[in-house]
Design a protein around this ligand. Structure first.
Ligand code: IMP
Length: 185
């Protein structure tokens, strides 16, 4: 069972649900009448996005991008490549980038510059998890779910080597899973 590989639960299913409902309500209020586009980054953010949009009661659209940041390792390469682009133009639209986690901020920093060049009316950031300890690029987060310590986390969309995305909570991986020689950052 995947649960056996979890050393510690950082955020329970219930905690996440409550916070996502609050974020959804806040976004609904702030973007009422603005027909926002929620741009999410595959794959880690999809579960957050799916729950977040269902906590919102205003008309909105969703678009998806995929960028490369981490491989099988748990360290950011700092290199960002766009693997999947937006499917519709965002010029003149109110855009909210929905991210699972902001760690070094390098991925999002690149993405924000890319999106800003496309002329949106506004560009906001909503992230579920903020891991500020390792930030390399300053990022102004408009909507933040939780601030977490500098641990490598899995679950609720977040993976280690493509596994554990289906855990309903956010947890810390047992060190025996990745081996003592390659401790996640
Ligand atoms: P950044 O560019 O360092 O901010 O990394 C952003 C991306 O790295 C996130 O969207 C995640 O996909 C991944 N990432 C960063 N920290 C973690 C973690 O603790 N667990 C799983 N993935 C992570």
């Amino acid at each position: 069972m995947i649960h056996d590989d979890v050393e510690e639960v950082l955020l329970t299913d219930a905690q996440i649900r409550t916070r996502v409902a609050e974020l959804g309500a806040q976004l609904s209020q702030d973007f009422d009448g603005r027909d926002p586009v929620l741009v999410s980054v595959l794959k880690g953010s999809i579960i957050f996005l799916a729950d977040l949009v269902r906590a919102m009661e205003i008309p909105l659209s969703v678009d998806l991008m995929e960028v490369s940041s981490y491989g099988a390792s748990t360290e950011s390469s700092g290199q960002v490549r766009i693997l999947k682009d937006l499917s519709r133009p965002i010029e003149g639209r109110h855009v909210v980038v929905v991210e699972d986690i902001i760690d070094t901020g390098l991925t999002l920093n690149y993405l924000l510059r890319y999106l800003r060049d496309k002329g949106p009316a506004s560009l906001g950031i909503c992230c579920l998890l903020d891991k500020p300890a390792r930030r390399l690029a300053p990022i102004e987060i408009d909507y933040r779910g939780f601030t977490i310590p500098d641990r490598f986390v899995i679950g609720y969309g977040l993976d280690y080597d493509e596994r554990y995305r289906n855990l309903p909570y956010i947890g810390v991986l047992r060190p025996s899973v990745y081996g003592a020689s390659a401790a996640p950052e």
